[in-house]
Each structure stands twice: as C-alpha cells, then as structure tokens.
Design a protein around this ligand. Structure first.
Ligand code: ZN
Length: 321
C-alpha cells in the first residue's frame, strides 16, 4: 500500500461514529459510593442524599471523573450487537497492516457538559477524530490517533466527551549486532529495574547511596511526607528539607506476589508497605524471612542491600529487638 493509499483508507473512516453502546447500569448511588471509597473522595454531594438535596444540585450527583465507569463493558464483554465494521477497528487494522504495530496511550482529555444524576442511562459512541501524518518520535516512526468518545443521556443530549490519544508506531528494528547482544542478555536473569529518579526524589537516592534513609519534611508546618513531592499536601508550602530516619518500623501491610513471575525477582515475592517509626510509609521488599512468615505489625529494620554492581536498595529485615 502506498502512503497515499493508506491516507485515503484512513480518511474514509475519520469522523464516522461507530455503533453506540449502552451502559450496563444507570447512574446509581451504590457504584458512586464504591468509587468514592476507592479513590478517597469524601465530598458529601456524591453520597449524602440529605446534604445533596440542600446543595446547588438539589440531589445526588456522580463525580464527573467517574465518567468511564458507567459505560465500561466489563471483563467479559458480550459480542457486539451488530457485526458491522467499527471505525476504530478498521483504522487499527489499516495501521497494523502498514507496519504501525506498536501502541502507546499518550493523552486523555475529558469535557463535562453537566453533572450526571441518579437514573441517567448513558450511551457512548466512538469516532476517530484525527489520524496524523507520520511523525518521528522517541519511540519510533508513528501516527497519532485521536479517538473521541461522545457520551449521551437517554434523551440523546451530549453530557460529556473524551478524547483519547494513542501513538501507533513502527517498533524500531535493532541492528543485527544488538539483536545478538540482547539475545545473550536475555539468557541471563534480567537486572532489577532501576528506580525512576527525578529532581523531586534525587535526595532520597543520594541518601541511600550515603547509607541514610531520608524523609522529606515541610519546613513550614514540619509535616513529614513520602513519596517525595514538590509541595506539602497539608499546607501547600514548597519549602522543604529532610530528616534521617532511624530505619526502624513495622510491616503496615503486605502482598505476596505469585504470578506473573518477572525476572530477576524470585517468587513468591513478599512486597511490604513499611510504616517507619517517624510515621511515613514506603514500599519495599523484605529480606531474611520466608514469605509465608511475614505478618502485619512485624518489627523491621532497614538494610541497605547491594542488589547488583550499580544498585543499592533500602530493603527491610525482621528486627525482633
Ligand atoms: Zn506543610
């Protein structure tokens, strides 16, 4: 297919709305309550009928950002009612055939026309708004695809709109020498992933390198915080320094991961949320204990563990003392 033929093939689907799909449930207080619980949203206008009645809304409303929850198809979506081609499916098929076989989501934007109320039954239709010309990106040569979802109520009025942008790209082809090298690396256990370091958390990793577990402290209100961030969540101050933790704490919670096994970790893998005696919590691995013996409340002490020639991590060991 020539680039011109591909462009024409894509353009034939742009702007066409696919078959609408109807939400499984109307907007209802039970789903709203579970969602607010999960994200920690305590605004009573979503959950307290009496409070909501006296608010500007006059009745319970749904959190706007819950939009997608209403129309998600579930884990085992039924077969589509119509067997007709979907614009999204056809555009993906054309891009795959042209070699843009990899995909990454790059942006999501939602616009809300009005609050959703109890009983609203939503329908969502999808159309492809844009397929860009070929762009060179850090991931490879690709095309951006803007998928637009239009949400309507039972009367057919638009209540919200979401634009979801993906990049469909051609996976870079490694030179033959690199392929040989990566094959030989693949035969060995993979290295532990490197922690993502940024301006905000550099102090933490510098501390680890110096054998210190550092905790960020707001210099305005003295509140400690972790994970690191630029602003105090209590008083919104941007000023901070650090303290050095004594490295003692307890297992606040944990999970034992069994599947899928990802090298180089060994399984079952005990991943713990440690609450330091200073009050902040961090996620780490436990050493010196069988996963089956991990218990909530167990006292632990930090151990700066060299996991390979480049990486030291603050792991935790049971500390009965
Ligand atoms: Zn503060």
């Amino acid at each position: 297919m020539t680039p011109e033929e591909l462009r024409a093939g894509l353009d034939a689907w742009i702007g066409r709305e696919g078959e609408p799909s109807v939400a499984r449930d109307a907007v209802n207080p039970a789903m709203i309550r579970h969602w607010c619980d999960a994200v920690g949203d305590e605004n009573p206008v979503y959950t307290d009928r009496e409070f909501a009645a006296k608010s500007v809304h006059g009745a319970l409303v749904a959190p706007p950002t819950m939009l997608q929850a209403w129309t998600m198809a579930g884990l085992r979506p039924p077969a589509p009612a119509s067997a007709g081609p979907s614009p999204l499916g056809e555009v993906m098929r054309l891009l795959d055939a042209a070699g843009y076989t990899s995909v990454v989501a790059t942006n999501c934007r939602q616009e809300y026309r009005r609050y959703l109320r109890e009983g609203d039954l939503l329908t969502v239709s999808t159309r492809i708004a844009v397929v860009s010309d070929e762009k060179k990106t850090a991931l490879g040569i690709g095309r951006f695809v803007d998928e637009e979802m239009i949400y309507r109520d039972a009367a057919g009025e638009e209540v919200a709109r979401m634009t979801f942008r993906i990049l469909k790209f051609k996976p870079p082809v490694a030179p033959a020498a690199d392929v040989a090298a990566s094959t030989s690396v693949a035969a060995k256990p993979r290295r532990r992933p490197r922690p993502a370091q940024s301006h905000d958390n550099a102090f933490f990793w510098q501390g680890v390198a110096a054998g210190e577990l550092r905790i960020q402290r707001c210099t305005a209100c003295r509140a400690l915080r972790h994970p690191p961030g630029p602003m105090c969540p209590h008083c919104q101050s941007l000023d901070w320094d650090t303290i050095v933790s004594a490295g003692l704490g307890h297992v606040f919670s944990y999970v034992i991961a069994h599947h899928p096994p990802v090298p180089p970790f060994s399984y079952p893998n005990a991943i713990a949320l440690i609450e330091l005696d200073e009050g902040t919590r961090l996620v780490s691995n436990l050493v010196g204990i069988a996963p089956a013996d991990v218990a909530i409340g167990m006292r632990v002490r930090v151990e700066f563990t060299r996991v390979d020639d480049e990486l030291v991590l603050p792991l935790f060991r049971p500390d009965p003392s």
